[in-house]
Design a protein around this ligand. Structure first.
Ligand code: GPP
Ligand code: MG
Ligand code: MG
Ligand code: MG
Length: 365
């Protein structure tokens, strides 16, 4: 379907599975099917007297930005919910509510990525040009990001306002949005002052940035949604939260690695961390292991847009064997996480965590 030059996003194919009622392939398809319904309900929302043109804009904007990812975060809500409900029946309505929260997480991700691409000056995302780089969008995209964020509150109000946990779930979303924005701010202000700032990069600062900008919304949020949906209280799950946060740090270190070393066609986006002077896992390790001459090369070339400077940084990374260092870090992170997971008494909690770990360990995209 072609609409004013924007092709409707195709949702990822449903993975093959034996096809039982609780089979992963089966609920993936049911999750994907919920998308059209939620988008259409948001478009029919009468909060504002939208013109046909405006409604088309919102529809195209949602289709362009929301459904085209791996859907890992959204599907994790369903995964976790089914594990928490093990042994008891999940009705059609309950399953749909899990899909609503899963799509809310995907809506949040779409909003974060749309705005992050503007802030990072990125070029492509999910194998297509970034939304704000489309000629008809530009900085109008900022409002689209805000709109995507507002959609989440609409969906939660529509489906959860009568639930006993409505305040808990609203507060959860507010808090995680705040933490993510603060994390993004830490990421952005760390790029000030060029060389002065670079000298301050260290692993503690790195962990602080990524815990807030990535871990809370990508790892804790999906599980916290599933917990509330299953009737649990979040304060009883602080160890689960801490392990998820740790997994998010590992995940963001992978993102930083992929940004520099993997073909853009594989990850669907062109890396910009070196040009943007980001406090990435790679630069933190490089600064910790470089000799005086190598530090000088890094200080001179990091955060510069030209390809010669970027190449000099990358070749210093190679000399320092950062690929091997990262591979060792992955092994250590995996073993450490597995030990923490196996120390959990609750078997459903163990299963939730193992399913996350399996999805991300040694990921290539
Ligand atoms: C990932 O950083 C973090 C985010 C996408 C959170 C953004 C939060 C906002 C409040 C806008 P990244 O820049 O490394 O991600 P990517 O590599 O995907 O651009
Ligand atoms: Mg960023
Ligand atoms: Mg970015
Ligand atoms: Mg990145």
């Amino acid at each position: 379907q072609q609409k004013r030059g924007i092709e409707r996003r195709r949702l990822p194919p449903v993975p093959a599975g034996p096809g039982g009622a609780d089979d992963a392939g089966d609920y993936h398809e049911r999750f994907v099917r919920a998308y059209d319904r939620l988008r259409d309900e948001l478009l029919a929302d009468d909060t504002c007297e939208l013109t046909d043109e405006a409604r088309r804009w919102v529809e195209q904007m949602i289709d362009y930005n929301v459904p085209g990812g791996k859907l890992n975060r959204g599907l994790s809500v369903i995964d976790s919910y089914l594990l928490l409900k093990q042994g008891s029946e999940v009705t059609e309505d309950e399953f749909f509510l899990a899909c609503v929260l899963g799509w809310c997480v995907e809506w949040f991700q779409a909003c974060a990525l749309l705005l992050d691409d503007i802030m990072d000056g990125s070029h492509t995302r999910r194998d297509q040009i970034c939304w704000y780089r489309r000629p008809e969008v530009g900085l109008r995209g900022i409002n689209d990001g805000i709109l995507l964020k507002c959609h989440i509150a609409r969906l939660i109000k529509r489906y959860f306002r009568e639930k006993t946990y409505y305040i808990d779930i609203s507060e959860l979303w507010n808090e995680i949005a705040l933490q993510t924005s603060l994390g993004q701010m830490l990421d952005l202000i760390s790029t000030h002052n060029g060389a002065d700032e670079l000298a301050k990069y260290n692993i503690e600062g790195y962990r602080r940035i990524v815990k807030y900008k990535t871990s809370y919304y990508s790892f804790y949020l999906p599980v916290a949604c599933a917990l509330l949906l299953s009737g649990a209280k979040l304060e009883n799950f602080s160890e689960l939260r801490d392990i998820l946060i740790e997994m998010g740090v590992y995940f963001q270190a992978q993102d930083d690695y992929l940004d520099c070393f993997v073909d853009p066609n594989t990850i669907g986006k062109i890396g910009t961390d070196i040009e943007d002077h980001k406090c990435s896992w790679l630069i933190v390790q490089a600064l910790g292991h470089a000799n005086i001459n190598q530090i000088e090369v890094l200080l001179k070339n990091y955060g510069k847009k030209d390809s010669t400077s970027v190449s000099k940084v990358k070749s210093t990374y190679s000399t320092l064997d950062l690929k091997d260092m990262f591979s060792e870090f992955e092994d250590r992170a995996y073993k450490h996480l597995l030990t923490s997971i196996e120390a959990q008494h609750d078997l459903a909690v163990q299963e939730i965590l193992k399913s996350f770990l399996k999805k991300i360990h040694r990921r290539k995209r």
